[in-house]
Design a protein around this ligand. Structure first.
Ligand code: 3AM
Length: 176
């Protein structure tokens, strides 16, 4: 089972992200835009896992505390040169999300996950031909004061289908 942990977006944040996405859609061609139901903030991508119940138990063995409000920031392309994905950054000034990610990874050392440094974001779209989208195409105003305090994070199954990725929640973990 292909698994990842993520934070879901509440309705008002999803709406702000969708508004932004539709603003970009009209000006930026050659992008596969993420479907509304698939928008999320990825914490850890585990990839193929043969024992999902054990992984889930290991994650659930900890209490996760101290998460403050998250705030939507600027749209950017990643990587900076020849972007392959279009994302909206999420403020993690106090490093609280990064600590949550580190704790989940500490609980799941038996399952190798992405080693890249964590940068909180919501993926808006994937560029079909890297190089086709430049930074000037992505100039958009930061959504004003869109914030939320997550109450849980979710372990998702990701299935790759002909019509794109389908995500299904497997387990939920409270953030207190
Ligand atoms: O939310 P984002 O888009 O950053 O890109 C995939 C998505 O992250 C990422 O897992 C999230 C849910 O699908 N993902 C997919 N394959 C990956 C891989 N091999 C990966 N992250 C790291 N390594």
């Amino acid at each position: 089972m292909r698994l990842f942990a993520a934070i879901e977006l509440p309705a008002h944040v999803r709406k702000a992200v969708l508004d932004l996405q539709s603003g970009l859609r009209s000006g930026v061609a050659g992008v596969r835009w993420v479907q509304p139901e698939n928008l999320h903030l990825t914490l850890v991508f585990f990839g193929e896992v043969s024992d999902p119940e054990r992984l889930s138990r290991c994650i659930g063995a900890a209490a996760y505390t101290g998460l403050d409000s998250l705030i939507l920031e600027d749209v950017r392309g990643y990587p900076e040169r020849r972007p392959r994905v279009i994302v909206i950054d999420v403020a993690d000034d106090g490093g609280v999300l990064a600590r949550l990610v580190a704790e989940v990874k500490r609980r799941t050392v038996d399952w190798p996950s992405d080693e890249r440094p964590f940068r909180a974001h919501v993926t808006l779209g994937r560029v079909k031909n890297p190089g086709a989208v430049g930074h000037d195409d992505l100039r958009s105003s930061r959504p004003a004061g869109i914030e939320w305090k997550p109450e849980e994070f979710v372990l998702f199954e990701s299935r790759l289908t002909n019509s794109g990725s389908v995500y299904r929640p497997i387990e939920r973990y409270p953030l207190i």
